[in-house]
Ligand binder design. Sequence first.
Ligand SMILES: [Zn+2]
Length: 229
Amino acid sequence: MKHLLSDGGKLLYLQGIEGSYLKEIDVKVLGYENGGYILDKTIMHYQGGGQPGDRGVLISGNQKIPIYNVRKRGKNVLHLSSVEASIDGGTLIVDWERRYKIMKMHTLQHAISAVMFSDGYGSLVTEVFPAYGFIESNSGDIKIRDEGYGINKVARNLRRYDVKREDLDPRVMARCNLDKLPKSITEVSVVEIDGLDVCACAGTHVKNTSEIGDYWIRTPGKRVEFGLF
Ligand SMILES: [Zn+2]
């Protein structure tokens, strides 16, 4: 395994920022085990890194197989479904309405974390869902400055690329906690928000911060909570 949280080139959502916008692809089915389909490639994000797994359907002939989550087990990415069908392939369609909300939320989380980081707050744990997310910090009484409330008002482009671990920008090492990253991972997925943030991440994000739309933030205790309107 080379990439952060990935399995070679089969995770198509990690091909640049554009890969996150793939809504359907034709796939081969390699097997069904532990309640999930193993495919030759996928556009569905698997649960991890503070982002939920995707949902969607696998369509084969007249069969419409619901996928309720995606998890990684060992080397395999399992597309979880209670329907076990004997099929060779089909068309995989992601629940795009849900996924696009998660992309907005994940981008918003990076941006808020970056504003917090520049003001000296650490982001210890982050988690996003389609309409709600939180950042746990190491200090209480958090004040988010105005920039954090106007992330959707400045149109900043995002980029995603792979970097050899030894070539990682010191800014990434400082901003993101990479201590837990296994030594076997030699290439790291980096997500950059133009002029605002650079961080290691293998989740899905929007192409531009103007896509985020309206959102709210509240700061109870050591936690920053946020969500889309
Ligand atoms: Zn991310």
